[in-house]
Design a protein around this ligand. Structure first.
Ligand code: ATP
Ligand code: MG
Length: 310
């Protein structure tokens, strides 16, 4: 869906490249997280995809079309974009912000109104309260949700998101990430997500690209990034707790044995992730837990050994 071929960006002639001979392919319907230290070129990479920034060298294809040949204004109407630091139009109401692209595309007003209300519901905000307000009358986290709603408004197949949940507290952020994952499971989109937050990259990314100084150091599934970092830079970046982080990719059901055990004193839901299940074991000073299904009935058990061998 998105293919960048040997793309380089120099902001000034003779300057060191901000993006350096980068090649990246994002398969249709998948989410790729770009992550790396501040200044490594994440935003530059992303903004070349919708031509807010022109590459110095290389080629970029979106849906088979060479975007360097496309009309940038047309292009941007078909690519949703969530800007770092939100970037809502301050003089427009929330309703007008969300409707910006549908208006440009000439949708009729009843359709726009319905779409705007549906999107506010989707991001967990009350349309009655929000529609007539201005961005300055919202909290930072609410503004970020509007930014996400605006990017989804015209139902683009491609979505570029630059730290979309950065200004939201950790609990609301985890909830919004879950909501976003559910949105993506319902409406298939190709997403490039820039983030500073490794947990967010793991939670939302089908693949993660770790960047350093304008280059991609490793491009892999979250499991491979956490279990097989290619070098010291990646292993330092993902941290010494990478083995524990990796457990959050699996659920209790992935490691449970389908037999009840008389030794299990407390229980855990089959849908919980293994990182939290291990934490419950540590807290309860036990190495075996009963596993319960949706209705609370015991369906098996989970051992520490089973977690360690996943
Ligand atoms: N308009 C510009 N003119 C000159 N240099 C720029 C410009 N925009 C970015 N740069 C430089 O290019 C490099 C990459 O910047 P970029 O914004 O892509 O980084 P980033 O990875 O998104 O960082 P952050 O995590 O801080 O948002 C940085 O060294 C930055 O100073
Ligand atoms: Mg950036």
């Amino acid at each position: 869906m998105i293919r960048m071929e040997n793309v380089t960006k120099r902001y000034a002639e003779g300057a060191a490249p901000s993006v350096d001979n980068l090649t990246l392919e994002v398969p249709e319907g998948s989410t790729v997280a770009l992550i790396g230290p501040s200044g490594c070129g994440k935003t530059t990479t992303m903004r070349m995809i919708n031509r807010l920034i022109e590459p110095t060298e290389g080629r970029i294809f979106v849906n088979g079309e060479d975007v360097t040949q496309a009309d940038p204004v047309q292009l941007r109407r078909h690519i949703g974009y969530v800007i770092q630091n939100v970037g809502l139009f301050p003089h427009m109401t929330i309703a007008e912000n969300i409707a910006a692209v549908p208006n440009l595309l000439g949708w009729d007003q009843p359709r726009i109104r319905k779409r705007t209300e549906d999107l506010l519901d989707l991001v967990g905000l009350d349309p009655k309260e929000m529609l007539a307000r201005y961005p300055r009358q919202l909290s930072g986290g609410q503004r970020q949700r509007i930014g996400v709603a605006r990017a989804l408004a015209a139902d683009p197949a491609v979505l570029l998101m630059d730290e979309p949940f950065g200004a939201i507290d950790p609990i609301a952020r985890a909830r919004l990430q879950d909501e976003f994952r559910q949105i993506l499971s319902r409406v298939r989109k190709t997403v490039v997500l820039v983030t500073h937050d490794l947990d967010e990259a793991i939670r939302l990314g089908d693949r993660i690209a770790i960047m350093k100084a304008g280059r991609i150091v490793q491009y892999d599934t979250p499991d491979a990034i956490l279990s097989k970092p290619v070098d010291d830079f990646v292993s330092n970046f993902v941290g010494v707790d990478r083995a524990i982080k990796r457990l959050s990719l699996f659920s209790v059901a992935d490691a449970a044995l389908a037999l009840p055990s008389a030794n299990a004193k407390s229980s855990v839901a089959a849908s919980l992730n293994l990182r939290d299940a291990l934490s419950l074991m540590v807290a309860g000073n036990t190495d075996i837990l009963a596993v319960t299904g949706e209705d609370g009935v015991v369906v098996g058990h989970l051992t520490r050994e089973a977690i360690f061998s996943i």
